[in-house]
Design a binder for this molecule. Structure first.
Ligand SMILES: NC(=O)C1=CN([C@@H]2O[C@H](COP(=O)(O)OP(=O)(O)OC[C@H]3O[C@@H](n4cnc5c(N)ncnc54)[C@H](OP(=O)(O)O)[C@@H]3O)[C@@H](O)[C@H]2O)C=CC1
Ligand SMILES: N[C@@H](CC=O)C(=O)O
Length: 428
């Protein structure tokens, strides 16, 4: 007998969880029309008692083991017990929806192998790009494509911080605080600002694009925590915006993966992506560039994507097709060649703050030149009232590993006392 109603068990009633309950209740009729049957939240688990006493359950296993629950939604975030919840739910014969990119990127093999073995589905649209349907867009909309490149602003918190610094001159710290208050940031915001959240999302998209499992450790990751308002002001004057970009590029020697702050010209498509918005450009061999854009963080956008997953999955449960057609074609035998980090070339913006000593400039230029880093321009803005000089260098296209080597030598040099180095890739 086919199902008359889909019962949802929700684990994690925070920013996104509360949004999911609100949207499911407000959009009951839309959900019914699309899923074919009513969808009801039957139980909610959280660490602390919640305002919905009628639905509250203390132990997540009471939800997983409830035979009336069809679908488990994991919204606690982090690695554990999120991994255990997802695996136990799949093994208990439940379909799963999650927004947790950290757990997916880290346990991709274990989670999708379990889902395949248990013939259950796992949907995770909200895990990348918030409300943007990029997971479905890439895995279904572009199913025919040989993917050549994925490049994106994939983190709402850092994009919001950079926008606030650029548009309103707000300090990095203040902007981060506002992002946390708005519900954009991860429970541990270093995941956002250190680029890890972007790397998790990039790993998911790259794994979908090229099959197999691309691990976060294969990605060279640098976040925005080193940047100051001065970098924003200086690069604005040069005609650039700073964006944290995750990029995966298919080269003849392997996939080149990185997350780093980048300078984009004011007329670049990514320059118009502001605040918590995200954008992902996917380039296929035949499709050419396909641009996805929308809100990447916040209660409404994230919960909307989760509810869409719940509705789509409900339709499959009702028609008895959930888990039969795998939602991700994951083949652990697919081996993906990764280009060693450092081999890719780009021009860079460098800001070095050094203690002013005779000959310091020529020493820095010499070390860069000895490492095949050629300088396109060098400026020394006046830092009045201080014994430190600020040196802004724009390099020609250079191999990342050569630049890293030169910066290490500058660091180690006894005659150069450096107080700060900022390095930003320049997008061509
Ligand atoms: N916020 C956003 O804009 C977006 C978030 N996401 C993802 O969605 C997920 C949820 O994020 P968000 O709602 O912002 O996070 P929150 O921290 O706001 O919510 C998580 C909730 O889960 C609870 N919780 C933590 N551990 C447990 C546990 N063991 N058992 C039961 N409940 C638990 C927390 O309780 P307590 O507060 O007491 O710790 C909290 O209420 C994360 O994976 C995040 O990466 C994805 C897209 C956008
Ligand atoms: N912390 C994340 C939330 C959404 O994934 C972000 O800022 O993008």
């Amino acid at each position: 007998m086919s199902k008359q109603q889909i019962n949802v068990g929700l684990i994690g009633y925070g920013t996104v969880g509360k949004g999911v309950v609100r949207i499911l209740e407000a959009n009951k009729k839309i959900a019914l029309r699309k899923a074919g049957v009513p969808i009801k939240v039957k139980a909610i688990c959280d660490l602390k008692p919640i305002d919905r006493k009628d639905l509250y359950v203390k132990n997540f296993r009471d939800i997983i083991n409830d035979p009336e629950i069809d679908l488990i939604v994991e919204l606690i975030g982090g690695y554990e017990p999120a991994r255990t919840i997802i695996l136990e739910a799949l093994k208990a014969g439940k379909n799963v929806v999650t927004a947790n990119k950290a757990v997916l990127a880290k346990y991709w093999d274990e989670i999708f192998t379990t889902a395949q073995n248990c013939q259950q589905s796992i949907y995770y649209e909200a895990s990348v790009g918030g409300v943007i349907p990029v997971v479905q867009g890439l895995s279904e909309g572009l199913a025919s494509e040989e993917i050549l490149e994925i490049k994106g602003i994939l983190n709402g918190t850092t994009n919001f911080i950079l926008s606030e610094m650029t548009k309103r001159g707000v300090s990095y710290g203040e902007a981060l605080k506002s992002a946390q208050q708005a519900g954009f940031a991860e429970a541990n915001p270093s995941f956002d600002v250190d680029g890890i959240d972007t790397a998790n999302k990039l790993a998911i998209l790259a794994s979908l694009a090229w099959g197999g499992w691309i691990k976060v450790k294969d990605i060279a990751v640098k976040g925005i925590a080193d940047l100051d308002i001065q970098d924003v002001l200086i690069t604005q004057e040069f005609g650039y915006d700073i964006k944290l970009i995750g990029s995966a590029n298919k080269t003849k020697d392997g996939i080149d993966l990185s997350v780093q702050p980048c300078l984009v010209k004011h007329d670049h498509a990514f320059a118009t992506v502001e605040n918590e918005y995200n954008a992902v450009m996917i380039t296929g061999k035949d499709s050419g560039d396909v641009l996805f854009y929308g809100k990447g963080a916040g209660q409404g956008p994230a919960a909307s994507a989760v509810v869409s997953d719940i509705i789509n999955m409900s339709e499959f449960i009702v028609t008895n097709t959930a888990g039969i057609v795998p939602d991700v074609v994951y083949d652990k035998k697919t081996k993906i060649k990764i280009l060693p980090s450092g081999k890719s070339k780009a021009p860079y913006y460098l800001r070095l703050n050094v203690v002013d000593k005779p000959g310091v400039l020529s020493k820095i230029s010499g070390i860069l030149g000895n490492n095949k880093v050629s300088i396109a321009s060098l400026a020394q803005p006046d830092v009045s009232g201080s014994d430190s000089v600020q040196i802004i260098i724009i390099t020609h296209e250079t191999k990342r590993e050569n630049l890293e080597k030169a910066l290490k030598q500058i660091d180690a040099s006894k005659s150069i006392v450096k107080t700060k180095t900022v390095k930003i890739k320049i997008e061509l």
